[in-house]
Design a binder for this molecule. Structure first.
Ligand code: COA
Length: 159
């Protein structure tokens, strides 16, 4: 049984993430969506809120998909979950250097765990959580990028 971990900050989860989750959920027997505190990113949503939004968002997606949090190294979490693959989404060439570096470092830390890249759906190529937060702060429309649940959570957070 192949278990994969798709980790990220998900602050908040976007249609781009959900597209990757949907596709990875069809490829692997079990997909664990993993998120963490991410103090350095100073998230808009707490860890519990991000997990809650993720859980509600993946509820309608088919597959054996779980949402969990972790602390420490991602590869240690993957080992604890007996996962053999780390899933990452690739949007544009700009993502590649950073993703390549992270994949190489994770391989150095845990050679038995593979990183698997899912190329983004072109509709979400330009979507990122920080741009969503920026658009929301400026009162822009969000419906193309996030679910109504996430949109309402952002609007309520921004007051
Ligand atoms: N669609 C839309 N947006 C996408 C996307 C997609 N398919 N794929 C990535 N993104 C965006 C995210 O929204 C996020 O945007 P933002 O930076 O504007 O907020 C950005 O791309 C990447 O962020 P994220 O997915 O959260 O990943 P990250 O690079 O912040 O890494 C962890 C998060 C948790 C995976 C990483 O920090 C980690 O592994 N931490 C544990 C400690 C560890 O093991 N460190 C060693 C790593 S080598």
């Amino acid at each position: 049984m192949a278990t994969a971990v798709y980790a990220g900050t998900f602050d908040p989860v976007t249609y781009g993430h959900l597209d990757i989750i949907k596709r990875a959920g069809q490829v692997f027997d079990r997909l664990i969506i993993a998120t963490t505190e991410s103090h350095s990113k100073n998230p808009m949503f707490s860890l519990a809120e991000r997990m809650d939004l993720l859980r509600q968002s993946v509820d309608e997606i088919d597959g054996n998909i779980q949402v969990e949090s972790f602390t420490g190294l991602l590869v240690d979490f993957a080992r604890r979950k007996e996962a053999s693959v780390l899933v990452r989404g690739l949007r544009a060439a700009g993502d590649f250097d950073y993703e390549f570096q992270m994949a190489m470092m994770n391989r150095a830390l845990a050679p038995e765990i593979e990183t698997s890249f899912f190329v983004t759906n072109p509709s979400y190529m330009f979507v990122s959580s920080s741009l969503i937060r920026e658009i929301a702060a400026a009162g822009g429309p969000l419906d193309e990028f996030v679910t109504p649940l996430v949109r309402d959570a952002i609007i309520s957070r921004l007051g």
